[in-house]
Design a protein around this ligand. Structure first.
Ligand code: 7TS
Length: 412
């Protein structure tokens, strides 16, 4: 159930105490961290999980008879169950640990090489991160399949009637982000999935920017693939998850060969391990997987309904405050948005604004945000992007807005 900010009890100051980095200073000022879409900060509970692993039971998994190896294996497989439960996958075999979203998408794109042929079509949206464009372009080059693009309007909302027009019996795959990293738009994924399935196409959702804010239920969505990165949801870098429906994961060939992903190896023939190990060649990021589960436990401890309601209020407040600055234009005006605000002020360069606010301790991202087609669409080189998390406060928004005003003054 969706909650309003007035319905929730959320002690942001208590939560902030869990994040050691939030009490540091940058350039002599208290850090105001508004670059959460690039990577989120890490609570002590997650840092502790990493320290605990390396301090007490660091060992390679799935291969030792010794006790440490067993402990590490148990913790890693327990982490897989935590991820399974979080995304409501029906089986643990459908949860593949990866190095992150980029890795997950490449794994699936590689897997489709033998399943596509010339004349087949795949559909992407106009508002994707490069990670959800380039691996598929490479797939198209390998197979001769053609890529079609769902356009968006000026508000940063997909033109769904155009999607209807692109879908046909030639469509084999649709890949869109659940939430846009540069605009914050929450895409109509239920409709996208339903319509793709109606023509027999599979759907991959890039959940990198949704997962930190919205809890996806992969069974309710009936999505074929869902990919996320742990580092955007209070977890460590270098780990992520690919959810895939079992039938698809059985059908796709392994991505990488090596240890862990085999059943038997001889020079004549190798047979592959079953799921999920078939896709997990080599020693994985063991501490990372365990810490990812700790991050999910942490966020679920707060509750995603609470996080959504709090961030929605923060987004509304920040949007209202920023729009009072004359000449400020926000890119991405969808009614359904996560707490991301991309903007420019007149023809001031976003990089200059970012550099000035950094001097005041404020971290934002500037540039094209690895989504150049979006910038081309608006005819701009980039934007300033402030992206919020549940540990940000209205007071931080005030500091940020004052800094942007100051930057505008200095640059005008
Ligand atoms: N997909 C989306 C929608 C993303 O926002 C990102 C990272 C990725 C994929 C790639 O994730 P990775 O963990 O594999 O690198 N986005 C951003 C960003 O917006 N600013 O820095 C990284």
């Amino acid at each position: 159930m969706k909650l309003a900010a007035s319905d929730i009890k959320f002690d942001v100051e208590a939560v902030r105490k869990d994040f050691p980095i939030l009490s540091r200073q940058v350039n002599g000022q208290p850090l105001v961290y508004l670059d959460n879409a690039a990577t989120s900060q890490t609570p002590r509970q997650v840092i502790d999980a990493i320290v605990d692993y390396y301090s007490r039971y660091n060992a390679n998994i799935h291969r030792g008879v010794h006790s440490l190896s067993q402990e590490a294996t148990d913790a890693y497989e327990e982490a897989r169950l935590t991820v399974q439960k979080h995304f409501n996958a029906s089986q643990k075999e459908e949860i593949i640990f990866t190095a992150g979203t980029t890795h997950g998408i490449n794994l699936v794109a590689h897997g489709f090489t033998s399943l596509l042929k010339e004349g087949d079509e795949v559909i992407v949206s106009a508002m994707e991160h490069h990670s959800n464009i380039v691996p598929w372009q490479m797939l198209c080059e390998r197979t001769g399949a053609t890529m079609k693009v769902i356009p968006m309007n000026k508000d940063g909302v997909l033109e769904m009637d155009q999607y209807d027009a692109l879908l046909s019996e030639k469509t084999r795959l649709v890949f869109v982000n659940h939430v846009s990293n540069a605009l914050g738009t929450v895409n109509p994924i239920e409709e996208i999935i339903q319509k793709a399935h109606a023509v027999g196409a599979a759907v991959l959702l890039d959940g990198a920017q949704a997962a930190p804010h919205i809890k996806a239920d992969v069974q309710a969505l009936n999505v074929d693939f869902y990919v996320v990165s742990a580092h955007k949801m209070c977890g460590p870098t270098g780990v992520g998850v690919l959810y895939g429906k079992r039938a698809w994961l059985e059908k796709l060939p392994p991505y990488q060969g090596g240890g862990e992903m085999i059943e038997t190896v001889s020079f004549e023939k190798t047979t592959y391990a079953g799921l999920p190990h078939k896709f997990e060649a080599g020693t994985p990021n063991i501490a990372g997987g365990i810490a990812f589960a700790a991050a999910l436990d942490y966020m679920n401890g707060i509750g995603f309904e609470v996080i959504e309601a709090y961030e929605e209020e923060l987004l509304r407040y920040a949007t209202d405050q920023l729009l009072q600055i004359e000449g400020l234009k926000i890119y991405g005006q969808s009614r359904k948005k996560t707490a991301v605000i991309s903007f420019n002020i007149g023809d001031l360069h976003p990089y200059d604004i970012g550099t000035i606010v950094d001097k005041m301790g404020i971290a934002v991202r500037t540039g094209h945000h690895c989504a150049q087609p979006i910038m081309d669409f608006y005819g701009i080189p980039g934007t300033v992007r402030a992206s919020f998390s549940f540990y940000n406060t209205k007071e931080e928004v005030d500091v940020f807005v004052a800094a942007v005003k100051r930057a505008k003054q200095m640059l005008s």
